[in-house]
Design a protein around this ligand. Structure first.
Ligand code: BEZ
Length: 218
């Protein structure tokens, strides 16, 4: 039997029917027309994962404003997810509103490459960012001892959308970049005509350039 290849950036998210705390969901069809972030965690009732769930929940409205939904995943059973959600609400005060996949068999984790060690059955901390056409746009992996930075994941969502809407690239640490602050980067000129155009735009003050291949604007 041939091994199924792990999905990579640029691949269509695989068709999967998953059991969640909100019932059965067909991925990626459930989220067609919107972005979704699938994030896996090693186990329910663990300290770092608990802080991550609260952090995602507290930004859920901000994600939704960006036409982005969230879905969690671990190999725990539904009853464990529900009990953990109850514990979080009673003890921390946050009601988890997004669905969590119960991947009891580990089949979803294996299909998505979320179980890294042959000796382990628990899912690693991973994040898949999937666009409205079901294409995987980013995959992030984290170790067990390090919680994710949800503000960075929100920044990525804002960056993806800005990049698509304006056909620009997003600099490091945007919108607080060291050399161009909140500006965005124009695609590098690739013809003589484009080089001349960049120089003209710069002379008119429409854009700023370090050189014709490194131009930026508000
Ligand atoms: C945690 O979430 O605290 C955790 C999960 C798995 C291994 C170590 C820590």
């Amino acid at each position: 039997m041939s091994e199924m290849k792990m999905p990579l950036i640029g691949d269509k998210f695989p068709d999967l029917e998953v059991n969640t705390t909100h019932g059965k969901i067909k991925l990626p069809d459930e989220y067609l027309g919107k972005w979704f972030i699938l994030f896996s965690h090693p186990a329910d009732f663990t300290p770092v994962c608990t802080t991550e769930f609260v952090a995602f929940q507290r930004r859920y409205d901000e994600f939704r404003k960006l036409n982005t939904d969230l879905i969690g995943l671990s190999i725990d059973q539904i009853y464990s997810h529900l009990k953990w959600e109850e514990w979080i609400e009673e003890n921390i005060g946050d009601k988890i509103e997004f669905p969590i996949i119960a991947d009891g068999t580990g089949d979803v984790g294996k299909r998505l490459g979320l179980i890294h060690s042959a000796s382990s059955s628990s899912t690693v901390r991973a994040v898949f960012i999937v666009d409205p056409n079901s294409v995987i746009r980013a995959i992030l992996y984290y170790p067990a001892e390090l919680g994710r930075n949800m503000d960075e994941i929100l920044r990525m969502m804002k960056g993806f959308q800005k990049s698509e809407e304006e056909n620009v690239a997003i600099p490091a640490n945007w919108p607080n970049n060291e050399i161009m602050e909140d500006h965005v980067i124009l695609p590098p000129a690739s013809t003589g005509e484009q080089i001349a155009k960049r120089k003209e735009q710069e002379s008119k003050g429409e854009i700023e350039c370090y050189d014709w291949w490194l131009c930026h604007r508000k």
